[in-house]
Design a protein around this ligand. Structure first.
Ligand code: ADE
Ligand code: ZN
Length: 337
């Protein structure tokens, strides 16, 4: 089963580029950019990863970003993720990035965009892994700042597939960003938002995503299971849910395998993702392998979860079909069947 998962062609729809910053790269960039990290070794840094809720993670996550300064740094971050993902047979990835976490430190918007884009182009040409970019707004910053960044992105529109909303959800509902997301939609961008696990007013927030923002996807969204009406709406609209099992475990002490199975039983389009793999110490394969073990998922169920990621990817139908045919051929040939 492990080999079946590891060799399977996969897609990842919920990974924060800044969350792929491995301790070794942090140290290398800190040395290059003359930045004090406050830890002696990568192991010491990893030992400080003691996350128990969203804010405890975000403090470490934003603090570590100070090593990202120039175009080459963003290139290296993106290249490292895409080559790691490709080594796990991930063929397609939609990548979140948090420009406000960089512009607020004096990094120019264009520096971020050009560094990431060059690595995407190289990874596609040299490896064959395709990446698309989703620009996230930090929900604990103002709607005005989000709008400013959306306008900064206008010259780079062709390099973005959508916008998202992340960071601390407490007191920062989707409705706060209704205008910004409306404008993003008018610009031709797809829309998604984080509804992290067990957040205050989570059902209200999921409802706002559906009715006020009219999102194309929901990131996490596990708590939707508490409302039959929300589940029905998510299913009827065919919205994908990007669930992140190992990330969830830091908050709810389980990989949410029961919840993921219930989503499948209800016909909801759940997908499996890594979120912040450098911090949670698990890329897509580790998420799938651990989830399969916890939930005792069958090969067919794993194939549905992996297939869902291609089904709800923000790609033209023909491209989705090509990936799904590749997955289908793999499953047919796999000895596990
Ligand atoms: N930023 C990076 N990872 C995040 C997550 N899981 N939730 C909210 N914001 C994030
Ligand atoms: Zn996330």
């Amino acid at each position: 089963m492990q080999a079946f998962i590891e060799n399977m062609p996969k897609a990842e729809l919920h990974v924060h580029l800044e969350g792929t910053l491995e301790p070794e790269l942090s140290f290398a960039l800190a040395r290059k950019n003359n930045i004090e990290l406050g830890y002696e070794t990568p192991e010491e840094l990893i030992a400080a990863y003691d996350f128990y809720d969203l804010p405890s993670f975000l403090t470490i996550y934003y603090g570590a970003m100070k090593v990202l300064r120039d175009e080459a740094d963003f290139y290296q971050l993106t290249w490292n993720y895409l080559s790691k993902a490709y080594s796990q047979n991930t063929l397609y990835a939609e990548l979140f990035f948090d420009p406000q976490a960089h512009t607020s430190r004096g990094v120019e918007f264009g520096v971020i965009m050009h560094g990431i884009r060059a690595a995407q182009e190289d990874a596609e040409a040299k490896l064959g892994i395709k990446g698309q970019l989703i620009m996230c707004f930090l929900r604990d910053m103002s709607a005005e700042s989000a709008l400013e960044h959306l306008l900064m992105a206008e010259p780079y529109l062709a390099w973005l597939v959508g916008v998202g909303l992340d960071s601390d959800e407490k007191n920062n509902p989707p409705a706060k960003f209704a205008e910004v997301f409306k404008k993003a939609r008018e610009m031709g961008l797809k829309l998604t938002m984080h509804c992290d696990v067990n957040q205050q007013n989570t059902l209200l927030h999921i409802g706002q995503c559906l009715d006020e923002i009219v999102v194309d996807r929901i990131d996490h969204g596990v708590n939707s299971l508490e409302s039959d009406a929300l589940c029905e709406a998510i299913k009827t609209k065919g919205l994908g849910l990007t669930v992140c099992p190992v990330s969830n475990r830091f908050v709810v002490q389980s990989l949410t395998s029961n919840e993921i199975r219930r989503m499948l039983e209800k016909g909801m389009l759940a997908t499996i993702n890594s979120d912040d793999p450098a911090y949670f110490r698990a890329y897509l394969n580790e998420n799938l392998v651990e989830l399969q073990r916890e939930g005792n998922f069958t090969a067919e169920e794993i194939a549905i979860l992996v297939g869902n990621a291609f089904r709800v990817a923000w790609l033209p139908d023909e491209e989705k079909m090509t990936y799904l045919q590749k997955l289908g051929a793999y499953i047919q040939n796999a000895s596990i069947q």
